[in-house]
Design a binder for this molecule. Structure first.
Ligand SMILES: [Zn+2]
Ligand SMILES: [Zn+2]
Length: 247
C-alpha cells in the first residue's frame, strides 16, 4: 500500500471529499452529476454495444463479431462526469469512486439479468499494477460483486504480455496488439463469466480476455464497462444512414 493511502484519512479531514465533476462537498461523484451523465440507451450494436442510431449489427460486427463474447455493453458515454470519475479512480488513487461507479453497473445487471457464476476484472500487467498500486477494474468488480452478491475471481486472468498504449492504434492494430496478451490461471469449465472494465473503445482487450477465458473452459462470456468511448479511429467500413455512429 502506498504512502498516499495511509495519509488519505488525514487528507480527507483537511480536504473533505468533493465531487470530481462539480466540486460539491460530501462525495467524490455526486448524485446530481451521476444523474446528468449521458447513459447509452438501447440503440446499440447487439454484439459490441457501440452506440448507433438504431438497434442492429454495426458494420464491424457484421463482418467480425467479438466472439467468443456474447455481448459487450457500456452504461455511459465516456464524457463529462463519468470521464472525470474514471480518470480520478484510475490516475489519482480515488478508490472511493469504485463503489460509486459500480452502482450503475449493478443497476444495469438488475435491469438486464444475465445468468452468471462470477465476475472477472480485466487484469493489468504486473508492472503497471505495481506502478499504480491497484487495478481499477478489480476495484469495480469487487464493488459490483458486493452489490449483486456475485463472487469475484480477481486473479482468474493474468496479463502475460505488456502491450503498447492503444490510444493511437486502428481497430485492426488494437486487435493484433492484445491478441494472446492474457491467460487464465484456473479451470473455468462450463463457467458463465462477466468481464468488468472501466472503459471499452473497440472492445479488443475484452475480446482477448474472453478468448483466454474460453480456452480455460468458460462457455458464456459477457462484458460490462462503466463507459464506452467513441472509437477514435476512422470508421473503416462504409456505413449506411441507419447505422451511423454518432460523432
Ligand atoms: Zn457533482
Ligand atoms: Zn458491433
Amino acid at each position: 500500500m502506498r504512502l498516499s493511502q495511509h495519509l488519505r484519512p488525514v487528507l480527507d479531514m483537511l480536504f473533505p471529499p468533493r465531487c470530481v465533476s462539480c466540486g460539491r462537498l460530501g462525495t467524490f461523484l455526486c448524485d446530481t452529476c451521476l444523474q446528468e451523465a449521458q447513459a447509452i440507451d438501447a440503440r446499440v450494436c447487439i454484439h459490441c454495444g457501440v452506440p448507433m442510431t438504431q438497434r442492429g449489427q454495426c458494420p464491424h460486427c457484421r463482418i467480425d463479431p467479438p466472439t467468443p463474447l456474447r455481448a459487450i455493453r457500456g452504461v455511459f458515454f465516456f464524457q463529462g462526469p463519468i470521464r472525470q470519475g474514471i480518470h480520478s479512480l484510475k490516475y489519482e488513487g480515488r478508490h472511493e469512486l469504485a463503489p460509486i461507479l459500480a452502482r450503475p453497473l449493478a443497476q444495469y445487471l438488475h435491469d438486464h439479468p444475465i445468468p452468471l457464476d462470477f465476475i472477472v476484472p480485466v487484469p493489468l500487467h504486473p508492472e503497471r499494477q505495481a506502478q499504480r498500486g491497484y487495478n481499477q477494474s478489480a476495484l469495480l468488480a469487487r464493488a459490483l460483486g458486493r452489490l449483486r452478491h456475485l463472487p469475484v475471481h480477481e486473479h482468474a486472468l493474468q496479463r502475460i504480455r505488456a502491450t503498447q498504449s492503444q490510444t493511437h492504434l486502428s481497430r485492426q492494430e488494437r486487435l493484433a496488439n492484445v491478441r494472446g496478451a492474457f491467460a487464465a490461471t484456473e479451470n473455468l469449465k462450463n463457467a458463465r463469466v462477466l468481464l468488468v472494465d472501466d472503459v471499452a473503445t473497440t472492445g479488443a482487450t475484452l475480446r482477448a480476455c474472453a478468448q483466454a477465458l474460453q480456452q480455460a473452459g468458460a462457455t458464456h462470456i459477457w462484458a460490462l464497462t462503466v463507459a464506452r468511448a467513441h472509437p477514435p479511429y476512422p470508421i473503416e467500413v462504409q456505413m449506411g444512414n441507419n447505422t451511423r455512429i454518432p460523432p
